[in-house]
Design a protein around this ligand. Structure first.
Ligand code: UD1
Ligand code: CA
Length: 425
């Protein structure tokens, strides 16, 4: 049964342990804020209307959301951070009259996948549940809320670490902080939650206790891979999450036929697509959204900075940086080059040390370089954009090219060699 689905993402917390001026949820993994990664998964699970609860650094977070997710998400301000239940209360106005399924997520768990959320929501709807709580088994459950079950293995309550006694602290089943609510039957309970606990906070976990006491249908949903709910509270955890996300991507690529010579030193963003039989050599960093064809050779030491489209049989070699570049098939950019805001045709050879000078720092504008099919560029060439090199043109080594070059022409700007005889004497 398909029901309406909306999502609230709690993202007002401070993130003190990040020791940063940037709000916690705007720290990036593969050049995308962790909040964006959570939102992507919510959207993938089928949630088209999303509410982000903001607080700390609200102006920055709101700016990011309206720029990157304007069509999918709105923000609700939680002026004071009085707890997770209070955060959800702050979004309640925007949910007035809503009677469908509500998914609640934390803005600091970027590894949760769209597939998992989809299955979770499906489980909730199929059970006609009022409340479904996502849990996982952790060897080291320290810091998390513990799931307390009764004699019949039904969920009884969630107790926070700070409120737990010795016996409760031994429980290894933890609360992921991800919930599904039947908003029609559960929203009333939210405003009954009190802040009688060690932190004087309004705990969203108390809504589970409320549900059980008022005979609602409450289900746990035990997650198999605990990785997905790793929360980011420190720079160390940010690095850990980056590593997990990167390994997921590399595994997926290797399974689909891409050769990754050294996974330890290879960083490829989740948004990059690569076709089979392409070889990625060690120490390659690929960020942002890119498409790479088959039978290419990338690396060692190449850096793709996003918006690159690379066709088949292309070689990108050491110390080559690409940004916003289309490179057609059978083209080589093998050594020490920067190619940005560029179109590079087929069968082009770009010599070592070729640079597209695409940026005017005075006007802060960028310009395009077009290199047509079968162009050959010698070493140490600067192409000052905007500029176009016509088909089969030839650029002499050491040239600085500031104007377009015709098809089939040779362009050289090198100053003539001067030789002073017997200079040493
Ligand atoms: C919460 C859960 C805990 C669970 C854990 C999972 C409660 C009381 N506890 O604890 O059971 O194991 O998550 O990671 O819910 N936030 C707000 N406004 C607030 C407080 C928090 O928006 O006033 C947001 C935070 O930005 C964060 C999320 O809610 O994204 C969770 O808050 P956090 O303080 O990290 O809760 P935990 O103590 O980790
Ligand atoms: Ca947390």
């Amino acid at each position: 049964m398909i029901k309406d689905l909306k999502t609230v993402i709690l993202a007002a917390g401070k993130g003190t342990r990040m020791k940063s001026d940037t709000p916690k949820v705007l720290h990036e993994i593969f050049s995308k804020p962790i909040l964006g990664r959570v939102l992507d998964s919510a959207i993938l699970s089928g949630s088209k209307e999303n509410i982000v609860v903001t607080g700390h650094g609200a102006d920055k977070v709101e700016k990011y959301i309206s720029a990157a997710y304007g069509d999918y998400a709105v923000c609700a301000l939680q002026e004071k951070q009085l707890g997770t239940a209070h955060a959800l209360m702050s979004a309640a106005d925007k949910l007035k009259g809503y009677e469908g399924t509500l998914l609640v997520l934390c803005g600091d768990t970027p590894l949760i996948t769209g597939e998992t959320l989809f299955d979770f929501v499906k489980f909730h709807n199929e059970n006609n549940a009022d409340i479904t709580v996502m849990s996982a088994l952790f060897d080291n459950p320290f810091g998390y809320g513990r799931i307390v079950r009764d004699g019949n293995n039904n969920i009884k309550a969630i107790i926070e670490e700070k409120d737990a006694d010795i016996e409760t602290k031994k429980i290894k089943e933890i609360n992921a902080g991800i919930y599904c609510f039947n908003w029609k039957t559960v929203s009333g309970g939210l405003f009954e939650i009190k802040n009688y606990n060690s932190q004087n906070e309004y705990y969203l976990t108390d809504l589970i206790k409320w549900g059980i006491e008022s005979s609602k249908k409450v289900f746990p949903y035990v997650l198999q891979s605990g990785d997905e709910i790793l929360g980011i509270n420190s720079k160390k955890q940010l690095a850990e999450a980056t590593k997990i996300m990167k390994m997921r991507k590399l595994d997926e690529l290797m399974d689909s036929g891409v050769t990754i010579v050294d996974p330890d030193t290879t960083y490829i963003s989740p948004e990059t697509e690569i076709e089979p039989d392409t070889v990625i050599l060690p120490s390659v960093v690929i960020e942002g959204k890119n498409k790479i064809g088959k039978n290419c050779k990338i690396g060692p030491f190449s850096h793709l900075r996003g918006d690159c489209v690379i066709e088949d049989y292309v070689k990108i070699g050491n110390f080559v940086e690409l940004k916003k570049a289309t490179v057609k098939s059978h083209t080589n950019i093998c050594h020490l080059s920067y190619v940005g805001d560029s179109f590079v045709g087929e069968h082009v050879n770009i010599g070592a040390g070729t640079i597209t000078a695409n940026y005017d720092s005075r006007t802060k504008t960028k310009s395009k370089t077009t290199i047509e099919n079968n162009v050959s560029i010698g070493s140490n060439v600067v192409l000052v954009a905007p500029v176009k090199l016509g088909e089969k043109s030839f650029i002499g080594a050491g040239s600085v090219i500031t104007t377009d070059v015709e098809n089939n022409a040779l362009a050289v700007t090198r100053s003539p060699k001067k030789e002073i005889k017997n200079y040493i004497k």
